[in-house]
Ligand binder design. Structure first.
Ligand SMILES: Cc1ncc(COP(=O)(O)O)c(C=O)c1O
Length: 378
């Protein structure tokens, strides 16, 4: 059998070792160090934000942002429903209540219609959220022109969860710049990786300063170890940041490779009963993963595809299962848009196809050949 084809494996540029070597040469392995400072600056320059805070994960970033907005026990936080659990687990870390907002058909991101309903409910019930987490799913920006005015109308600060969307844009502006606080993930399967890591970016210097303090165990500026507040060990290591610097140099190339993969699938799978995750006219995706919906009328279901590809040593995955359907989050409110249960439909019919930026033509050709074979055979 051929070498395993993964969904979206790490793809090194070759320059990562240069930055790691510099850290070794200066014996500045940890804590923090030049690579961390530079990586923060370089990401900020790339997206056009003023301040960055490199962290051990994107989830840590969401946690710190929630804390910064004063989210505590019994509070409410709105969050996109169709997402990965890393978006909303931190709401529970703060003993607050998530309120989930379903997707809209254009981008599968947060529905403005559902959001408006949720705000009306919150006003009536006196459950106005302390913050709202808006996700840019699979590298496709949410519709900020619709969502942000609603958040402003109700005076609720926005955390943009751009974990999957580094390099994507909405109306020419980079994802990760629409929230008051914005987060990225550099986990192993993301468009660029630091092996594990994340970053907060914001134009609010005071916010970054406070979150930096919490992320380093809330150590007071004293010679001895003095602590007045709860703290976290959330910073990124100088080695991981070195990987990130080498990766950032090739981000645009990675987006281009992934864009080609998406359009190759689209061209070669024409005629099959599948629909691709839309890229809207207002946005440019980073094409992190090619995601398709299998039409209801098709005999081939997503699990058939996942199983068949797996038999051929190829990894594919279901779309995220909406948070409101997860046993741990089931008891919380979820608001729907025009099309009820859109996230659930996307989950039932969706599949993420192999999208690694280092897929060879032969590998992608094999995946396409197998898909065509499976659809023909049923
Ligand atoms: C949408 C989304 N939010 C948050 C996270 C959490 O990021 P991390 O894994 O770096 O904690 C991820 C990815 O892992 C994600 O895909």
């Amino acid at each position: 059998m051929q070498e395993r084809i993964y969904l979206s494996p790490p793809h090194m540029s070759g320059n990562e070792m240069k930055y790691i070597q510099e850290a070794f040469d200066s014996n500045w392995i940890a804590p923090l160090g030049t690579n961390v400072d530079k990586f923060e600056e370089e990401i900020c320059d790339y997206v056009g934000m003023e301040h960055g805070l490199a962290l051990s994960s994107g989830t840590a970033g969401i946690h710190l942002a929630l804390k910064y907005f004063g989210v505590g026990p019994g509070d409410y936080v709105f969050c996109s429903d169709l997402t990965f659990a890393g978006s909303c687990n931190p709401i529970l870390y703060q003993y607050a209540n998530p309120v989930f907002i379903d997707s809209e058909p254009e981008t599968w991101n947060m529905s403005p219609v559902a959001l408006e309903k949720a705000f009306e409910w919150a006003l009536k019930e006196d459950k106005m959220p302390k913050a709202i987490i808006i996700v840019d799913l699979y590298g496709q920006s949410a519709d900020y022109d619709q969502l942000l005015p609603l958040c402003r109308k109700y005076g609720v600060p926005v955390i943009e969860d751009a974990a999957e969307a580094l390099g994507a844009t909405y109306k020419g502006k980079k994802c990760g710049t629409f929230g008051d606080i914005n987060i990225f993930s550099f986990n192993g399967n993301k468009i660029i990786t630091t092996s594990g890591g994340g970053m907060i970016v914001s134009n609010d210097e005071a916010a970054i300063k406070k979150m930096r303090f919490w992320a380093t165990q809330s150590r007071e500026p004293e010679k001895h170890y003095e602590h007045k507040e709860i703290g976290y060990n959330y910073r990124m290591s100088n080695i991981c940041a070195g990987i990130g610097r080498g990766q950032l140099e090739v981000l645009e190339k990675r987006i281009e490779s992934k864009r080609k993969i998406r359009y190759l699938y689209e061209e070669k799978l024409k005629g099959l009963p599948i629909v691709f995750l839309p890229v809207t006219k207002d946005s440019s995706s980073n094409y992190w993963l090619t995601v398709v919906l299998i039409k209801k009328e098709s005999q081939v279901r997503p699990n058939d595809i996942i199983g068949f590809l797996e038999e051929n040593n190829i990894e594919s995955r279901p779309v995220w299962k909406p948070m409101s359907l997860q046993p741990i989050f089931k008891k919380y409110e979820c608001f729907k848009g025009f099309e009820a249960d859109l996230g659930e439909k996307v989950f039932e019919d969706g599949i993420c196809l192999p999208s690694g930026s280092d897929l060879s033509e032969a590998q992608i050709g094999l995946v396409i050949k197998l898909l065509l074979k499976l659809f023909k055979s049923i």
